[in-house]
Design a protein around this ligand. Structure first.
Ligand code: GDP
Length: 191
């Protein structure tokens, strides 16, 4: 299926979220995890470029993804990357205040795509985010990025460590560079 992506808006508070329509997919991860590259590989350059525009990196950036007949299919919500610092009490003290209500209350939010770097051992901040998503009953899929950098053995070992450390049964391994795993990820997004 061919998709077209249209930038909708950057929201800096809850009043600016677009009216809820089609199922929404949120993309989350620490800065530098490869979120822009993955969005770029999934829906084209526009999304990645808008989200990295100065002034928009602290916003939730919304995109409408339509099929070839121009029918709206999904909204992608690109959330600000969280920092290297430990996530604190709420989800993150560094995150703008409207992120938490978005994740907890947005009625059309169908799936959170939680990105972790397959080259880096499990991080407390990622674990805390997943625990928090569980606490508010949000569906999520954990996606390990940059798998092209790993040998077969490293890949097996790192993914096992991530599953264990993050307390999840399944991790989808992807590479924006080679396209590995993108079909499976689309399957989850459409599912
Ligand atoms: P963001 O901060 O999460 O948006 O991360 P970026 O998409 O900007 O990527 C951070 C760094 O990781 C950049 O140097 C990218 O080139 C690199 N990167 C991202 N995805 C991949 C990938 O699939 N494979 C490899 N080898 N590098 C990647």
């Amino acid at each position: 299926m061919r998709y077209q992506t249209q930038f909708l808006l950057s929201a800096f508070d809850a009043a600016q979220f677009p009216a809820p329509t089609v199922p929404e997919i949120a993309f989350l991860g620490r800065s530098n995890v490869g979120k822009s590259s993955l969005l770029n590989a999934l829906v084209g350059e526009k999304a990645a470029r808008v989200s990295s525009t100065p002034g928009r990196t602290r916003a939730i950036n919304f995109f409408l993804v339509s099929d070839e007949s121009n029918r709206p299919r999904r909204v992608f919500a690109d959330l600000p990357g969280y920092g290297y610092a430990k996530i604190s009490k709420s989800i993150s003290a560094e995150w703008p205040k409207f992120i938490e209500p978005y994740l907890a209350e947005r009625e059309t939010l169908a799936l959170c795509v939680c990105l972790v770097d397959s080259n880096i051992p499990p991080r407390p901040a990622d674990k805390q985010l997943l625990d928090w998503l569980r606490s508010v009953d949000r569906d999520f899929v954990v996606v390990a990025t940059k798998v092209d950098r790993l040998s077969g053995n490293e890949r097996t070992r790192n993914l096992a460590a991530l599953r264990k450390g993050l307390g999840v049964e399944e991790i989808l391994a992807v590479s924006a560079k080679t396209g590995a795993g993108l079909r499976e990820l689309w399957g989850r997004i459409e599912g």
